[in-house]
Design a protein around this ligand. Structure first.
Ligand SMILES: [Zn+2]
Ligand SMILES: [Zn+2]
Length: 345
């Protein structure tokens, strides 16, 4: 069995009459096939290579039973085994796409997100809610690449499926609204973004309660929209609500792209207070404290210490506030700027 990257030209005579094969990545007419699995097709060598590196080398042989069940059957495997392999395949693609997205590698996430969607549809059909997370992964990758018309198309397909699935779980509603909110922010439709982020909070709040981390992420997103609309007092009260839930130390810690996003939002808040005489020292202390924790988790001790000191300074202006103690605790963890700092994120 060939298990490396190898291509073979499609022999049109070998295909059933009137059928055509399409590229795994771009869906144009295929001229090549993977010689190892013989069930995956490509328009050209470049798309085959991109898919191979992105995901196919991990799933090449797993695709055989899914796409050629007869050949699989001849090898003596039963139906339970086949179902187990299908689920395994979708999970590999999902985690690979998610992993690339969380590193901000949108282009590299495309093949895995494509395969995830294709396999989910093969397994569950296109009118059930199961492929929706795969639509969202693909949409997120394209959003990162700025291909907005395609994002809208993917999200409207996902919306259609969800609106026709009465048993669609809360988790999927929540993820869909978050993606819709993000694309509305990108296209400047801030009212629609607010509507979707409000729903983004509503669904997990129903499932996990108002104080879950998922809900607080939603508050951050809403606050960011209010900042964009220039409604700073509303944004501040929302940031305050996040902190009031004691979510300064998220558990599990934020991933790299979430850290960058939170950092951007905190910095926007600080920037907006620079020339504001009505600024609230409590909130300033909390935001600096939040930044100190973010940078501490991100491995940059120097920056963490800098924001920690600013937080301490602001907290001195707050009567009877126990924040100072928590900040001192943090500064003790990051005592000296000379400590060999790991590179920042
Ligand atoms: Zn192609
Ligand atoms: Zn293959």
């Amino acid at each position: 069995m060939n298990t490396g990257l190898s291509a073979r030209k499609i022999n049109p005579l070998a295909l059933p009459k009137g059928t055509q094969k399409f590229c795994e990545l771009c869906e144009s007419v295929a001229h090549l096939q993977c010689a190892a699995c013989e069930v995956t097709f490509y328009c050209d060598a470049e798309h085959q290579r991109a898919d191979w590196v992105g995901i196919h080398k991990r799933i090449c042989q797993l695709l055989v039973p899914l796409r050629d069940p007869e050949r699989h059957h001849q090898l003596g495997s039963d139906k339970t085994d086949l179902n187990r392999k299908k689920v395994e395949l979708i999970e590999i693609c999902r985690s690979e796409a998610q992993n690339k997205l969380s590193q901000g590698k949108h282009h590299e996430a495309l093949p895995a997100a494509h395969s995830c969607l294709r396999c989910s549809i093969d397994v569950h059909g296109s009118s059930t809610h199961e492929p929706v997370p795969a639509y969202l992964l693909l949409a997120e990758a394209n959003m990162g690449l700025g291909i907005i018309p395609l994002v809208k198309q993917l999200l409207s397909q996902a919306e259609w499926v969800v609106s026709n699935s009465p048993d669609c779980p809360n988790e999927i509603h929540h993820l869909l609204h978050r993606s819709l909110g993000r694309v509305h922010v990108l296209t400047g439709n801030l009212e629609a973004a607010l509507y979707n982020f409000a729903n983004d909070i509503y669904y997990p709040a129903e499932a996990f309660g108002l104080e879950s981390t998922v809900v607080s992420d939603g508050y951050f997103l809403i606050a960011d929209v209010f900042v964009k609309q220039g409604k700073l007092p509303v944004a501040r009260s929302l940031y305050y609500a996040c902190f009031a839930f004691d979510l300064c130390l998220p558990d599990p810690p934020l991933d790299k792209s979430q850290q960058l996003e939170a950092d951007k939002m905190f910095q926007t808040m600080l920037e907006s207070w620079k020339n504001d005489s009505s600024k609230d020292s409590t909130q300033e202390a909390l935001v600096n404290h939040g930044l100190a924790i973010l940078w501490f988790q991100g491995g940059d001790v120097q920056k963490a210490a800098g924001f920690g000191s600013a937080a301490l300074q602001a907290s001195q202006l707050i009567p009877n506030h126990d924040l100072a103690e928590s900040i001192r605790g943090l500064l003790q963890l990051a005592p000296s700027p000379q400590v060999d700092p790991r590179p920042g994120f």
